[in-house]
Design a protein around this ligand. Structure first.
Ligand code: SF4
Ligand code: ZN
Length: 305
């Protein structure tokens, strides 16, 4: 099959069911990067002199993102990029992806700062999982990782934080909140708060499979190790459901995202003005008296055996 782009005679490497297009390697790369640039422009402009922290796990998404950012912004000498990696302490998994993170940052000449749950909070994710809380480990992991990235980005002087959430991640989060009826979280997903370093998700409009193909084409080594806890999460069930929908009804993920974007204009906390509290333990901005991360630390302390 040939590329669908006008006058292009190259063989296609992908068929996008949702757009009906066959794309060759060059046009595919162009398409992914166009979507990322559009998202950066729409979400939040990169400004002169920005110091940009890239949340890097060493998995395919964040590695591809770092590569892409360096490629897109290569001519901009006024911008500074650095990477933040978080070692949650997941045996047999994180050490592999962190090695990837080290390799790619070395190759792209980006400074890498690695922090661990163990050092920051006093326990690893494996230790949390061993406590047998009723929530899945991902719930704790997400809260703590976000906290580390936020505080360290701030400490390191970042003016923007870039994360590698792709289309699939984003519509999973939207769907999870719909299913739970969690309107507060749904609106927080989009709203920007001055208390936090502004976040950009350039891959938000790119399907997960295409991020993987982009990484493959760019020659980024992709590790096949999976987090052992992923399957325990509610997200995993939602992910399977959405993939099934997308197979039967191509374009479902995009329409979910667009529908949410339209809806978010009407959601309450997307409106500015409502002040956040300060966490009594750590002083970070928080929706409640004690932030979620400090709450986890307390729960771990009280379960020490
Ligand atoms: Fe953490 Fe869950 Fe991701 Fe594993 S799958 S790294 S536990 S959020
Ligand atoms: Zn706190």
């Amino acid at each position: 099959m040939r590329c669908s782009k006008r006058k292009c005679l190259n063989p296609a490497i992908i068929y996008q069911k949702y757009s009906g297009l066959h794309l060759c390697e060059a046009h595919f790369i162009e398409d992914v990067e166009r979507k990322a640039k559009k998202e950066i422009r729409k979400e939040l402009m990169i400004e002169r002199g920005d110091k940009i922290a890239v949340a890097l796990s060493g998995g395919k998404d964040s590695s591809a993102l770092l590569y892409m950012l360096k490629k897109i912004f290569h001519p901009r000498s006024d911008l500074e990029f650095f990477a933040i990696a978080v070692d949650e302490g997941i045996k047999g998994f994180r050490s592999v992806t962190l090695k990837n993170a080290e390799n790619i940052t070395k190759e792209l000449e980006v400074e890498l700062h690695t922090f661990s749950f163990e050092k920051e909070f006093g326990f690893t994710l494996d230790e949390i999982a061993a406590k047998g809380f009723e929530q899945a480990p991902c719930t704790f992991c997400g809260v703590l990782r976000r906290k580390v990235i936020e505080t360290k980005a701030k400490e390191l002087g970042a003016t923007k934080v870039v994360t590698a959430h792709n289309l699939d991640d984003e519509v999973q989060t939207i769907s999870i909140n719909y299913i739970r009826g969690d309107i507060e979280r749904l609106s927080r997903l989009r709203g920007r708060r001055e208390e936090f370093v502004p976040r950009i998700k350039p891959l938000r409009g790119v399907p997960e499979k295409e991020v993987a193909l982009y990484a493959l084409v760019a020659g980024i080594p992709i590790s096949t190790v999976q987090c052992p806890y992923a399957k325990l999460s509610f997200r995993f069930t939602v992910k399977k459901m959405l993939n099934e929908f997308e197979m039967k009804h191509p374009g479902t993920k995009y329409s979910l995202l667009r529908g949410y974007e339209r809806l978010s204009e009407f959601l309450p906390t997307a409106q500015p003005g409502r002040k956040l509290l300060r966490c009594e333990r750590c002083g970070e901005a928080s929706a409640s008296r004690i932030c979620k991360a400090c709450e986890i630390v307390e729960r771990m302390r009280s379960r020490k055996s």
